[in-house]
Design a protein around this ligand. Structure first.
Ligand SMILES: NC(=O)c1ccc[n+]([C@@H]2O[C@H](COP(=O)([O-])OP(=O)(O)OC[C@H]3O[C@@H](n4cnc5c(N)ncnc54)[C@H](OP(=O)(O)O)[C@@H]3O)[C@@H](O)[C@H]2O)c1
Length: 242
């Protein structure tokens, strides 16, 4: 039997990239999906790609950069979901630019999407996660461990997300809830294609981490026996960019 059969998994950022790959891998293991992103059609397309149409998958359109929409989403999830076994925070926003002229409003928007929304959604779904002895996955970044030039805002949000995950883990392990951060390096997604464009670098997706490999690792960790907790995984491309 699949380890995650019958489990309800909420995945943000599921319309493409790493979130989509994790969602599809979870469905493959038998989970029922609740996908979150801004565009319902994109989420429906991901659901159509699952090979498990009989299950009661759902999708929810919500802009996680807008506080009211996050509150509405949390209320709808509370209404719809009898339990939450897995909560994956994959939605993320990245603005690249020199410290000197990166506008504060871009910092605010990244904070909302990358830190505040995962915080609020986890807080609101925590009773269901505790009841199910569930699992929370934060898709973080190598920038959440070490900040490089031109990503001060993004790196700050990802450092904050690490703090949220670490503090949460200390509080909820006693309830049987596992909390994992994935510190992902450059992965072949639209975000990375856009980053290469603004950096003025040639984009070679085949040389980067593949989203399916991130997903395989995440789902393996989520499927491990309950005697163990994977707290962090760091991944980076084998071949370093020039
Ligand atoms: N790719 C990399 O190299 C890399 C490296 C380190 C960490 N990460 C992290 O991995 C996660 C996934 O990124 P990705 O590479 O898969 O990027 P991506 O392909 O651009 O996907 C980003 C996802 O986040 C969703 N999203 C963005 N802003 C949102 C908002 N305001 N409200 C709701 N959903 C929003 C997007 O959905 P819609 O646009 O449809 O709303 C999309 O599903 C992010 O947290 C990112 O920081 C990526």
């Amino acid at each position: 039997m699949n380890a995650l059969e019958g489990q309800i998994a909420v995945v943000t950022g599921a319309s493409r990239g790493i979130g989509e790959a994790i969602a599809l891998a979870l469905a493959e293991r038998g989970a029922t999906l609740c996908l979150v992103g801004r565009n319902r059609d994109s989420l429906q397309a991901v659901l159509a790609a699952t090979r498990t149409p009989q299950r009661q998958h759902r999708c929810y359109a919500s802009d996680l950069a807008i506080d009211d929409q996050v509150d509405e989403l949390a209320a709808v999830l509370e209404r719809d979901l009898p339990a939450v076994h897995i909560l994956v925070h994959a939605a993320g926003a990245l603005e690249w630019g020199p410290f000197e002229n990166s506008p504060a409003h871009e910092f605010d928007s990244q904070y909302r999407t990358n830190v505040r929304a995962p915080y609020v959604l986890t807080q609101r779904l925590l009773p269901r996660l505790k009841a199910a002895q569930g699992q929370v996955v934060f898709v973080n970044s190598s920038a959440g461990l070490s900040a490089r030039a031109n990503v001060a805002q993004y790196a700050a949000t990802k450092h904050a997300l690490k703090a949220v995950a670490d503090s949460l883990r200390e509080e909820v392990n006693a309830d049987g809830v596992r909390v994992m951060s994935l510190f992902v390096g450059r992965t072949a997604t639209r975000m990375q294609a856009q980053l290469h464009a603004v950096e003025g670098k040639a984009y070679d997706p085949a040389s980067l981490i593949q989203p399916e490999d991130v997903a395989a690792l995440a789902v393996h960790a989520l499927s491990l026996p309950r005697t163990v907790e994977v707290t962090e995984i760091a991944l980076r491309p084998l071949r370093k960019p020039a």
